[in-house]
Write a protein that binds this ligand. Structure first.
Ligand code: AMP
Length: 248
């Protein structure tokens, strides 16, 4: 099997986002950026399939600025074989990303495209589903188990109240959930080796894809700050307080 894995460079999950004063978005100046955590899980799953002899080649793809090369090098250090950066400084929305990935899939003919279930910056949870629709391939989203079988893949999905297993004919699109695996840290020797692995740089124009945004962000605001709690002396005081607040 050949696997295509989509990795996005996002604000690191440990960083508390700062909102730009004009409310136009999150301030990314001098902020630590990392691979989207669900995409680390996607890379890890692909590498495990290769280690288990079920996949032969892993191609990592990212759409983003020149610095997204670092994210791709991380994927290469984890075990991907080669990488493609579709370089743009535009903030490409899920439909644009899905169209670009569909073009890469047409060039590369993978058996499976593995994505994260969502990017933690925009939380769209849309790209994998749109990609499957554009390619007219089956999709197994929110995967907590991925088991390739002859010409197919069985995907266990985390759904409300339990697990569901779907069997997809290959080629297929799979998106990863948190419990699929625990991603490895790249070792120093593998980080060094990754520097020599092939990384192609392309542009959206090379694929003939128009990435003009269709969505406009009207305002980004921080969540309301939590107010301090209050200790009450008795149940009567609590009931009185709840009445005062209009919740009882
Ligand atoms: P989203 O639909 O934006 O929540 O993203 C879902 C998944 O699509 C991510 O976990 C990535 O695997 C993939 N993806 C989204 N944006 C990009 C991007 N710019 N480059 C590469 N992969 C992406």
């Amino acid at each position: 099997m050949k696997l295509l894995v989509a990795v996005k460079r996002v604000i690191d999950y440990n960083v508390k986002p700062r909102i730009k004063p004009d409310g136009s978005g999150v301030d990314l100046a001098n902020v630590k950026m990392s691979m989207n955590p669900f995409d680390e899980i996607a890379v890890e799953e692909a590498v495990r399939l290769k280690e288990a002899g079920k996949a032969e080649e892993i191609v990592a793809v990212s759409i983003g600025p020149a610095k997204a090369q670092e994210t791709l090098r991380t994927a290469l250090a984890m075990g991907a074989d080669r990488a493609i950066l579709i370089q743009t400084d535009e903030d490409v929305e899920p439909l644009g990303v899905a169209k670009l990935l569909a073009k890469v899939a047409a060039d590369e003919n993978p058996d499976m495209v593995v994505l994260g279930k969502q990017a933690i910056d925009d939380d769209s949870n849309a790209t994998g589903q749109m990609l499957a629709a554009l390619l007219d391939w089956g999709q197994g989203t929110f995967a907590s188990k991925v088991e390739p079988q002859d010409g197919a893949v069985s995907v266990t999905r985390e759904i409300d109240g339990g697990l569901e297993t779907v069997k997809l004919q290959l080629p297929a699109v799979v998106t990863t959930d948190l419990r699929l695996n625990e991603p490895r840290y790249a070792s120093l020797p593998n980080i060094m080796k990754a520097k020599k692995k092939p990384l192609d740089v392309k542009t959206p124009d090379d694929y003939g894809v128009d990435i003009t945004r269709r969505l406009t962000i009207t305002n980004v605001a921080p969540p309301p700050t939590r107010e301090a709690g209050e200790k009450l002396e008795s149940v009567d005081a609590l009931v009185a307080k709840l009445k005062e607040l209009g919740v009882a």
